[in-house]
Structures are given as C-alpha cells and as structure tokens.
Design a protein around this ligand. Sequence first.
Ligand code: URA
Length: 203
Amino acid sequence: MEKSRLLQLAKQIEVCRRCDLYKGAKNAVPGEGNPKTGILFIGEAPGFNEDIQGLPFVGNAGKYLDNLLTKIGLSRGDVFITNMVKHRPPENRDPSFGEIAACNAWLEEQLTIIEPKVIVTLGRLSLNYFLPNAKISDVHGHPYRVRNYIVLPMYHPAAALRSMQITTELESDFQKNLELLNNPDLSKHITESYQDSGQASLF
Ligand code: URA
C-alpha cells in the first residue's frame, strides 16, 4: 500500500516543474527503501551519481552511510532514504531557499504516506526543516520529539568523509542510538522537545 502510493508519488516527482532544478538534472531522485519500518533518513540533495542513477546516496557519502548502517545491524533496505530536494542542483551547489520551499510539498507527502516514527536528519538542511534554529554541533546524536516524530539529527556523511573529528562523532551518534534505530517503537518513550531541552534559549 505505502509502496504503491510512493511509486505514484515518484511518478509525479519525475515530472515536477515547481522549480528550475529539473532543467539541469538527468533524473529525479524521489527516494528509496522500506517505507514500513518507521525510519526515514533525509539528506540534502542528489549529487552526480544520484542524478545518473535516480537513487539517493549511491556515491561515496552513500557508501559510507551503508557502512554506518551495517555497523548497527541495519541495511538500506531497512530504512527509507530521501532528500530535501529531489533534483540535483547544478555543480552540487546547495539548494536555494526557494528550491527547498518548492520541494517541501513532496517531502510532506512522503511523511504522510510513510508516517515515520524516527526521522534521521543528515546535515543542516533537513535538521533546520524540523528544528529551524538548531545548530548541528549542539544537537547531533540527540533525539527530539517534533510533531508526531522523533527527530534524530546527525552530521552529513559527506562531512564525515572530510573530517576525522566528524567521523568519530557520527559513528558514536549511530552507536548511541543503536537501540532506537533497531526498534523505532522505543520512540514513544522519548518526550523531550528541543524547547524543553533549554537549547532554544541559545538563539
Ligand atoms: N548527499 C545528499 O545529501 N544526498 C544524496 O542523495 C547524496 C549525497
């Protein structure tokens, strides 16, 4: 049921003209994985390899993400993976505010269909969609209740490939959340919101 609704949605995303990114892209990258396990990973935007294959996280950052999942006993087939924007920005630049806003409706439809229990945000863009003022260095690895979800902010795997310190932090954040990621039903016991944590007062 979820799979067929997501396939239907992917067909709409393939012909999306809500912003200009489609003009320079070879393929749309709607997302892939298992929509039934309750875990949704959200990255930033497709890069070179993702654009060619029409699949998320299939380049170096994706291989590293597979590796991180394997280390906690999961594979990409156990989660659903998507991005904030579904077409590749030219030269892998960051998507603009307008492009992200234009693409949000697709993400919201995916949230409605998948009803994730745990959302792992990879990098700053997806983090700030759910926690607009949060700084990734303050909140990474810590699960927060947002809307009906538990949002678990993580550093982007590409950032870890550039920095040993971030590699260490990202791997430790995966290990710290191993139980939650293997059993997303545990999320119902997490009540702390970002505001309750007192961190919002920093902004
Ligand atoms: N980086 C992302 O944020 N998403 C991808 O799909 C690939 C690289």
